[in-house]
Design a protein around this ligand. Structure first.
Ligand SMILES: Nc1ncnc2c1ncn2[C@@H]1O[C@H](COP(=O)(O)OP(=O)(O)OP(=O)(O)O)[C@@H](O)[C@H]1O
Length: 227
């Protein structure tokens, strides 16, 4: 009689969301920033702290754009997958900065089409995806517009949709509201956090603005000395 095969241990599902596991960043051997945190799907973790401690650098590390002036250790997991050694374009991480950074030589529609996943094939499917994205931010009919002719708030909404159409599994936000005036700021916060929540995206928000942190409604890590 053959030995019965041992029953495999049940696999622990990988942690969903966005995980920083022992992440440590240094410049010329001098430690800058450290983070151990898990951001659940649909949650916003806010990271605050003094200028120059490496918050933007940490986002760059998570996104796969770390400048060689820095060294880093630790793992970043997105949707349960260790992305630490993957190139930026395979990490499925969306980045939004304080400047919308739209491509000036492309129309609004082409700015969005550029970010669509390759899996959306065919002209009409890609055009439909662009139209859908524009209508989600009340900019239906803006596809042929030159980005230079848009208002600041319109540019911010296009920049947001350009990130979202790429179907990210996590969002990294680097002071995305800091250049908007007060009324627009509140609208953009609602839009960004609302979309992230509905899509179940984990978000890491870097900001100096306590109102951003309050609007985000999630945990806050303050790296200020004595905080
Ligand atoms: N490419 C680079 N080469 C060398 N040093 C850099 C480079 N980019 C940034 N730094 C320095 O690294 C440190 C961390 O910069 P970083 O922009 O990550 O800080 P931060 O916490 O995001 O600051 P802020 O809140 O002002 O945006 C700063 O001292 C900065 O001057």
């Amino acid at each position: 009689m053959r030995d019965a095969k041992p029953t495999p241990a049940p696999e622990t599902p990988p942690p969903a969301g966005l995980v920083f596991d022992g992440v440590r960043i240094a410049r010329q051997g001098v430690p800058l920033i450290a983070l151990d945190a898990r951001v659940a799907p649909g949650e916003v973790l806010t990271l605050m702290g003094p200028s120059g401690i490496g918050k933007s650098t940490l986002l760059a590390y998570a996104a796969g754009f770390l400048d060689p002036a820095f060294s880093a250790q630790g793992r970043v997991l997105v949707g349960g997958r260790d992305v630490t050694d993957l190139p930026a374009h395979r990490r499925h991480v969306g980045l939004l900065f304080q400047d919308p950074l739209l491509f000036p030589h492309l129309s609004v529609g082409d700015n969005l089409a550029f970010a669509l996943p390759e899996a959306i094939r065919g002209r009409s499917a890609r055009r439909d995806a662009v139209h859908q994205a524009l209508s989600e931010v009340e900019l239906g009919g803006y596809d042929a517009r030159d980005p230079a002719t848009l208002s600041g708030g319109q540019k911010a909404r296009i920049a947001l949709m350009r990130v979202l159409v790429s179907e990210p599994r996590a969002l990294l936000l680097d002071e995305p509201f800091s250049k908007l005036d007060t009324g627009l700021k509140a609208q953009m916060r609602d839009l960004v956090f609302g979309k992230a929540r509905r899509r179940g995206l984990p978000v890491l928000l870097v900001t100096h603005d306590r109102d951003d942190a309050a609007a985000a409604g999630g945990p806050i890590i303050d790296l200020s000395p004595g905080a």
